[in-house]
Design a protein around this ligand. Sequence first.
Ligand code: 6PG
Length: 264
Amino acid sequence: MDKIPCPGEGRVTAGDIVVCRDPDELSERAAAEVARLIDASIQAGDRFTVALSGGSTPRSLYALLARPEWDRVPWEKIHLFWGDERCVPPDHPDSNYGMAREALISKVPIPAANVHRIEGEKDPELAAAAYEMCLKRFFRLRDGEFPRFDLVLLGLGEDGHAASLFPGSDALRERRRLVVAAYVERLGAWRVTLTLPVLNHAANVWFLAAGRNKADVVKRVLCGDPGAEDLPAALVRPAGGRMVWLVDEAALSGLRGPKYLTVS
Ligand code: 6PG
């Protein structure tokens, strides 16, 4: 993995970085890493739990995993969850579940019982409560416990949001619940999202970020710039897990130049 020294701390402040040429290579590298994680998790525990991200960046990863060359993936042992969902029906073009169903789920032999979607069509608070119950049952959690996903995939918003945890949101202060409903002023829309304690309890958290439009926020978060420490993405710090940033050159372009030495 590449490490990117930054001024001040001298090293990146968030995990390891996989530098990819472009979004296609990012998806290919992510798919290879997912396969490696699946193998390791299934050897250890006979199942693999992953919280999928919405948005456009991970979509090509999902489509890649649906291709014949990945048919060795033991889908019957894999459980899909979501890090967040828009409050829309599953067949709505904005649905994160709908995107994953079209790109991946409809193309692989994963049992329906292994797909644990957030019911975006429900009242947001009811959907959040129902999803929290789903997690408690699946992970057999006692009160005060958090699920430990084998992998949480996250995209990165230009404003530094992760999942549907947006800057300034009350949801960022939630330390007890696993899932909350959040009204996003900027979007004028409700979302359902995993909370920070759940994200930070994962065994592996990957941020996928591609494109020049992410360069500024990637630099701010990775280098711990002043004021960036409160960005939702900067608050994702899996204490007992591993964080990896999979970024393409364009998203890393904010760390180019004489102040930074980039090992590629
Ligand atoms: C969502 C995602 C959101 C997304 C970022 C980045 O529901 O939209 O959870 O957090 O990952 O907005 O989206 P892109 O990958 O499309 O840039």
